[in-house]
Ligand binder design. Structure first.
Ligand code: HEM
Length: 410
């Protein structure tokens, strides 16, 4: 057998997904790839196969199982840590996930919208009236604090600690810190959460950590270290992705001026815009990996117990069998036909995954993005990039698509 192509594939430039995906969708929807450690997991690229992988209980998310596809030596080390529910199978997965799920349900999040709006408004006020020197790095002033402040509010982090923790979280995940700096920041955050768990054990308040302590730790369902880990997971799981999706949304609109002016005229198009944004750009493309627990057949291929599987959601979101003109960014894609849109089904876009592990915080992430994009260009109608599109600092081509610095003017 010829050596399979090396994976992850690289983006050819800027935000364009790797070209290999389109080729494989047309010619070899189930194929082998080679990872950094010489292993050869299966790569699944068609929407119908990706969804079938992500609901198949014969496949596991447990990273301790031999054959689970790890993307780096660091990942293999991290796999030895005590798992959180993101890396668990049924029934433990739902037991833990359900401890936080109701806080992120659409109903709970709709009550949080005024708080999200206030956070966005306050940060924009500070940017606009604060006399910042231009150009401003939109990440530092806006895209990073929005999701950080909101998740800290949900967890119950006191306001005075927000700035420090946001800084630590940025060091931990922005890729430009050294390994030691990133690991120190990780430890700082974990210690901080540990102390907060102890505080809320003494004196519960109305927040996620207090709920975990009161409803789960005290009755003996989980121990203190589980509570710390679950709270930490909620703090870090979506942060970098949220920041990137805000950045990508801003740049995508600036690159599509006629769609931007439609959104400016009608901010109620924001939810449709966000759905298309999360189809067009896949902020978290490597989370959907599995390992086979038993032999299975997938699209005519025999997959053996212990084989790794990578379900390429990034490719599935551009599958021409599901989405018309998938390479085109269309704000009207998910708007109903009777309202002049394409009437496609937003739920099929794979940005948040699929099946039981589909992003538990999707309603929150959507609400934040919807508020951001209904507000940002109303408050800053002349917002523009301070560097040419090609000179934007993108994440490395084999990493999740993202932007590491976003200088803007208005
Ligand atoms: C636009 C922003 C976001 C995107 C694109 C995103 C994407 C994803 C994806 C693709 C998965 C599926 C992983 C899989 O199948 O294994 C996932 C799971 C998860 N996400 Fe998000 N996410 C976002 C925001 C967030 C936020 C803000 C949080 C936390 C507050 C969060 C917490 C989680 C957790 C805990 C899981 C694991 C769910 C489980 O295994 O049951 N995400 N996310």
């Amino acid at each position: 057998m010829a050596t399979p192509p090396s994976f992850p594939f690289a983006r050819p430039k800027t935000w364009e997904p790797p070209t290999e995906y389109a080729r494989l969708r047309a010619t070899e929807p189930v194929s082998r790839v080679e990872l950094w450690d010489g292993t050869h997991p299966w790569l699944i690229v068609k929407h119908k196969d990706v969804t079938s992988v992500l609901i198949d209980e014969r496949l596991s998310k447990e990273r301790t199982r031999p054959g689970f596809p790890e993307m780096s030596a660091g990942g293999r080390e991290a796999a030895k840590n005590k798992p959180t529910f993101v890396d668990m199978d049924p029934p433990q997965h739902m037991q833990q996930r359900s401890m936080v799920e109701s806080l992120f349900a659409y109903e709970a999040i709709s009550k949080l919208r005024p708080h999200i709006q206030k956070t966005v408004d306050t940060l924009l006020d500070a940017m606009i009236k604060g006399g910042c020197e231009k150009p401003v790095d939109l990440i530092e002033k806006f895209a990073l604090p929005v999701p950080s402040y909101i998740i800290y509010g949900i967890l119950g982090v006191p306001f005075e600690d927000l700035e420090f923790l946001t800084q630590q979280n940025a060091i931990r995940s922005n890729g430009s810190a050294t390994a030691t700096e990133a690991s120190n920041a990780n430890t700082t955050l974990l210690d901080y959460i540990g102390k907060l768990v102890d505080k809320r054990t003494q004196q519960p308040e109305e927040d996620l950590i207090s709920r975990l302590v009161t409803e789960q730790v005290k009755p003996g369902n989980i121990d203190r270290s589980d509570a710390v880990q679950i709270a930490f997971l909620m703090l870090v799981a979506g942060n970098a992705t949220m920041v990137n999706m805000i950045n990508l949304g801003v740049v995508t609109l600036l690159q599509h001026p006629s769609q931007l002016s439609k959104l400016k005229q009608n901010p109620t198009l924001s939810p449709a815009f966000v759905s298309e944004l999360c189809r067009y750009h896949t902020g978290s493309a490597m989370a959907t990996r599995r390992v086979a627990k038993v032999d299975i057949t997938l699209a005519g291929h025999d997959i053996r117990a212990g084989d790794g599987i990578i379900a390429a959601t990034q490719s599935a979101s551009r599958d021409e069998d599901i989405f018309s003109d998938p390479e085109i960014f269309d704000l009207m894609r998910f708007v109903p036909k009777e309202e002049g849109g394409r009437g496609e089904d937003w739920f099929k876009a794979m940005g948040y995954g699929w099946g039981e592990h589909r992003c538990v915080a999707e309603p929150l992430a959507r609400a934040e993005l919807e508020v951001v994009f209904a507000t940002l260009f109303q408050r800053l109608p002349d917002l523009k990039l301070a560097v040419p599109f090609e000179e934007i600092k993108w994440t490395p081509p084999k990493k999740d698509v993202g932007i590491t610095e976003l200088p803007v003017n208005w």
